[in-house]
Design a protein around this ligand. Structure first.
Ligand SMILES: Nc1ncnc2c1ncn2[C@@H]1O[C@H](COP(=O)(O)OP(=O)(O)O)[C@@H](O)[C@H]1O
Ligand SMILES: [Mg+2]
Length: 247
């Protein structure tokens, strides 16, 4: 792993308000063409890491770089324009609006370029045929998994270099989760930089090239996929810390 990371969090400290820090010197590096997985118990700060990477929370210390440039003080909309996309943990769609209208809203940064808007939305329909079928339906009438496809589609509209995904398969049926994991792996294989926070340790370890384990707002351990799968290695440590059964 000697290539420069695309996105890096370097010794970052973050608080929501007051003096209670939630992240205490967290460092994470995400590389092109890879899935970088982040796992850890509830409350470890995983969602906070993604919100911080996207620019929703100010840094108290440390820095964030994108392609080697310091973006620590850049607001979220500029990070989006620089090629970072975020699919948050909780649903972020306008339920009463149609699929197409939700996608149109995702084209806001380049709304004046009508040809590009059409091209990008059509490319999402090509990738997710179910969304083309349901383009005029209100999003609230769709299943949880289909709504995730809309969110993934919206994230892809601006042709991001980096995609941040927060528990994308939480509370979804195994069949649709499997499809989503295949898509996520595909994003990396197409050359995107994927940061995946996941509650499903086993699946996350399967599709991640590199894994970080957080605990109480700190780095607890990290390692490549192989280290995770070795008997007696990272896998067993994680199983015992997190009280997870990993088969
Ligand atoms: N909006 C908020 N305001 C204050 N504290 C928060 C907020 N969101 C999360 N926290 C706290 O930050 C810590 C980390 O939360 P979070 O990043 O959501 O963890 P995870 O995603 O790993 O479950 C928790 O102690 C949580 O209570
Ligand atoms: Mg979370």
């Amino acid at each position: 792993m000697n290539t420069q990371p695309v996105l890096a969090l370097d010794n970052v400290t973050v608080a929501y308000h007051g003096d209670i820090t939630i992240l205490n010197g967290v460092s994470i590096q995400a590389r092109r063409g890879q899935v970088t997985g982040i796992i850890g118990p509830n409350g470890a700060g995983k969602s906070t890491v993604l919100k911080t990477l996207f620019g929703f929370l100010p840094l108290r210390g440390g820095r964030i770089t994108l392609d080697g440039r310091d973006i620590s003080r850049q607001p979220a909309h500029q990070r989006a324009e620089s090629g970072v996309a975020f699919v948050p943990q909780h649903r972020s769609l306008f339920g009463e609006l149609s699929v197409e209208d939700n996608l149109l809203l995702g084209c806001w940064p380049f709304r004046r370029d009508k040809a590009r808007v059409r091209r990008r939305i059509d490319s999402v329909y090509a990738r997710f045929p179910i969304l083309a079928q349901k383009r005029n339906d209100p999003v609230s009438s769709m299943s949880g998994g289909q709504q995730r496809f809309v969110e993934f589609g919206r994230a892809l509209l601006n042709e991001p270099e980096v995609i941040l995904l927060d528990e994308p398969t939480a509370m979804l049926a195994p069949k649709i989760s499997k499809e989503l994991y295949a898509l996520i792996r595909g994003f990396a294989d197409e050359g995107m930089t994927v940061v995946l926070v996941d509650q499903n340790v086993r699946r996350c370890a399967e599709i991640s090239d590199y894994l970080y384990i957080l605990e109480l707002g700190r780095n607890k351990a990290e390692g490549g996929r192989d280290q995770f799968h070795e008997e007696g290695g990272l896998r067993d440590m994680v199983a015992s810390w997190m009280d997870y059964k990993i088969d």
